[in-house]
Design a protein around this ligand. Structure first.
Ligand code: ADP
Length: 320
């Protein structure tokens, strides 16, 4: 039969990344133009792996916006949920690669088109056809896209979709820590699947030790699967009936951007047509092994989208 549709909701933007680290963009001899935005990355990750994905969000009706829509289409992502704002511009991020490996961002978002998506602009037919509805947190920061986010989530849930949430905290975008935590937790108990990184787990629980107890303090009764990704240490999984960890693979990581999105895309692509693995540990471990492989592969190339593997790439990586 036809493969189930994964709809990914949220922002898409362009990162301008210096070609050398330790200097600001203005001091760099060159820069890369890297399309990104976690929800868009996830849609492309799914599609590259042979799944069916749609992106729902808003872009500027400008060169950058049309370039981004083109990238989604070229990667086979359904574009019927994309809106273009006549006035606001596409979101941009200007990155500094600090010499300690951390990234600093300066954003063009005052406001950018993604933040202006309105509830009445949503393609509800598309959203109702989702088997999995995936989203992040950036769209919760301001109105009207916060209302659009809430409505899309509700409509998808009512139509029977599995809700998948990656809070993908981008702290500098939020007015305060408290606001970020409050907004993220306000939609916490709606999701069926939640993926957090170890850093986000620390932020949300305000605890320093990242153990099972800390993770389980975020459990809610409607949750089917909680995942904590741990970079080169792989991931931990929690369900109502079992929990454990799955190791990832040894690679020479050059850029971890997009690893989490690759992981999520691989996870959703595998469960959209077989949700039984959510209740069966061996099956789930296989799914997570594949998701770890996709995350690991993504760290071996620069950028997020160019580094997302195809299904055959992922399979041959697992065979070696
Ligand atoms: P996020 O990008 O959300 O911070 P992580 O950095 O934890 O998430 O990465 C997501 C997944 O990608 C990990 O669970 C792991 O499977 C894989 N991964 C990330 N970094 C590495 C690495 N250095 N080596 C191998 N696998 C990695």
């Amino acid at each position: 039969g036809e493969k189930g549709l994964i709809v990914s909701f949220g922002e898409m933007l362009i990162d301008f990344v210096p070609t050398v680290s330790g200097v600001s963009l203005s001091e760099s001899p060159g820069f890369l133009k890297a399309p990104g935005g976690a929800p868009a990355n996830v849609a492309i990750a799914v599609s590259r792996l042979g799944g069916r994905a749609a992106f729902v969000g808003k872009l500027g009706d400008d060169d950058f916006g049309h370039m981004l829509a083109g990238i989604l289409r070229k990667n086979g992502v359904v574009d019927q949920g994309i809106n273009f704002d006549k006035e606001a511009r596409t979101a941009l991020a200007f990155v500094t690669l600090r010499s300690d490996g951390e990234r600093e961002f300066m954003f063009y978002r005052n406001p950018s088109a993604d933040m202006l998506l309105r509830p009445d602009e949503l393609n509800l037919e598309l959203i109702r056809s989702a088997k999995v509805f995936h989203y992040g947190s950036i769209s919760l920061i301001t109105e009207p896209c916060r209302s659009a986010h809430m409505k899309a989530m509700e409509v998808a849930k009512e139509a029977g979709a599995l809700l998948s949430y990656d809070p993908n905290l981008r702290e500098p975008l939020w007015p305060s820590h408290e606001e970020a935590r409050t907004q993220i937790m306000s939609i916490w108990d709606k999701a069926d699947i939640i993926k957090v990184s170890d850093v986000e787990l620390e932020f949300l629980t305000e605890k320093q030790t990242i153990d099972d107890e800390t993770a389980m303090s975020l459990w809610h009764p409607n949750l089917k699967l909680l995942l904590v990704t741990l970079g080169e240490k792989g991931c931990r999984y929690y369900t109502k009936n079992f929990h454990g960890s799955v190791e990832t693979f040894h690679v020479d990581a050059v850029d971890t951007t997009g690893a989490g999105d690759s992981f999520v895309g691989a996870l959703l692509k595998q469960i959209v047509d077989d949700q039984s693995v959510l209740e069966e540990e061996e099956g789930l471990r296989k799914v997570l092994r594949f998701a770890n492989a996709c995350g690991a592969i993504t760290t071996t190339k620069k950028g997020a989208i160019p580094a997302l593997p195809s299904n055959s790439e992922a399979l041959s990586f697992l065979k070696d």
